[in-house]
Structures are given as structure tokens and as C-alpha cells.
Design a protein around this ligand. Structure first.
Ligand code: CTP
Length: 216
């Protein structure tokens, strides 16, 4: 099968030297790409800026992007022919309304930026999802985790949502380990142990492939 996978952060430029971004390292998304490839599938990995080595597995094609708009364009190109979509990227929800062509010079004691909403990649593609396609999203929550994750599943037309709780020590952003809860629309809930991201990725891939075989 062909898998579309988004990973890493997006950077939204303010001027030629500055951007608004987030702390995503891309490790979970890259581990998922490796796990899908190891399971015999072809992966289009649409990656925001990361410090990670480009995957060398021949079944992984990496497309490098910077902004949410670029990530959307690359994902939209791959989505129609992919059976499974996995949205592991931490996309910036907003971008600066204006990008200055020159470096913004220091002036005054405060600086107010106007931000405008970015495209929601998962939700927009979710509207085009066909019956035989399968979409997997991520949710990073700090409170009412499962309720928020299920709300995201419905809003973005996910079949499975992978919940990261910031309350779990050693899990999530910046760590080499992760602990996730997988939720489905029909109420299946399963929680992994705290494991290296590569092992968590293998568990997620096995779960997704089994669900895909059953329902898509
Ligand atoms: N996502 C996306 N495009 C965006 C924002 C999010 O594709 N512009 C995807 C993420 O890759 C993830 C899921 O949507 O799979 C949830 O992202 P999250 O940031 O938690 O959701 P938001 O809709 O931004 O909700 P909120 O910030 O209100 O929690």
C-alpha cells in the first residue's frame, strides 16, 4: 500500500531570518515511516524542518517542506493515491499575516504581530476521504484528553486517533520514548507502555493495518 505521512513541525516565516515554530522533533513521524516501510509499504513522508537524518529505506520518499501551506500542497498531491494517511506533524495553527521581505528592525518597547489561520491539512483532506481510505490523526492534550481526542477524530474524519498526554512523564515532545492511547470511532481504546518511539511506532502501525484490513 501507499502511505501518506506528515511529520515534524512547520516554520512560518516572519522575515528572512525569523519564524514561528514549535518543539516537534519529528521523531515519532520518522519512526512511523520506518515501521510502515519495514512492514512492506511505500511511504511518502512530508516532513517539516527537523534535525533527523533523511530516511534511507528505499520505500520511503521524503518531501521536505517548511510552512503549513507547503505541507498541505505536498500532502494533497499524495493523498488521492494513498490508502492510509497519517498526520503526525505538529502544524502551526497560525502564521504571520505579513512576511517582511527585509529583516524587521528593533523599534519601540513592544511588538504586536497579527497572525492568520493556517489550513487544517488533516481536516481539509478528511473531507475528500473515500470509503476505502483510512486516516490516522494525532492529538496532544493536557486535560480531558480522551474527550478532546474523540472530538478531533470526528471533526477531522479520522478512523484512528493517537493520543499523547503531556501528563505522562517521558512521553511526547523531545523524548526518545512515548506512551500513547489509540482511540477509534467505535469506541476501542488501547494504551501502550512507555517504550522507545520505534517500538511505539511498530505498535501503532500493527494496530492501524489491522483496523484498515477490517474496515476500509
Ligand atoms: N493538523 C493538521 N493541520 C493543522 C493542524 C493540525 O493536519 N493545521 C493535524 C495534526 O497533524 C494532528 C491533528 O490535526 O494529526 C491534531 O492536531 P492538533 O494541533 O492537536 O489539533 P487542532 O485542530 O490544532 O486543535 P487544538 O489546537 O484546538 O487542540
Amino acid at each position: 500500500m501507499k502511505i501518506l505521512l506528515t511529520a515534524g513541525p512547520t516554520y512560518e516565516p516572519l522575515d528572512p531570518v525569523r519564524f514561528i515554530g514549535n518543539r516537534s522533533t519529528g521523531k515519532m513521524g520518522y519512526a512511523l515511516a520506518e515501521a510502515f516501510a519495514a512492514a512492506g509499504h511505500t511511504v511518502t513522508l512530508v516532513s517539516g524542518p527537523t534535525a533527523l537524518a533523511v530516511p534511507t529505506h528505499p520505500a520511503i520518499q521524503t518531501v521536505h517542506v517548511e510552512t503549513a501551506a507547503q505541507m498541505y500542497a505536498a500532502a494533497a498531491e499524495a493523498a488521492p493515491t494513498a490508502q492510509i494517511w497519517v498526520f503526525a506533524a505538529a502544524v502551526a495553527d497560525y502564521r504571520p499575516a505579513e512576511v517582511s521581505p527585509e529583516k524587521i528592525k528593533k523599534a519601540g518597547d513592544t511588538l504586536t504581530l497579527t497572525l492568520v489561520k493556517n489550513v487544517d491539512i488533516a481536516a481539509t483532506l478528511g473531507e475528500t476521504k473515500r470509503a476505502e481510505q483510512f486516516s490516522v490523526g494525532f492529538a496532544l492534550e493536557t486535560n480531558n484528553e480522551q474527550a478532546h481526542a474523540l472530538d478531533k477524530l470526528r471533526r477531522k474524519n479520522f478512523d484512528v486517533v493517537v493520543l499523547n498526554s503531556l501528563r505522562d512523564a517521558g512521553a511526547g515532545f523531545g523524548h526518545d520514548t512515548n506512551k500513547v492511547t489509540l482511540l477509534t470511532a467505535d469506541g476501542v481504546v488501547t494504551t501502550s507502555d512507555l517504550l522507545p518511539k520505534s517500538a511505539v511506532a511498530q505498535d501503532i502501525v500493527q494496530f492501524v493495518l489491522a483496523r484498515y484490513a477490517q474496515y476500509a
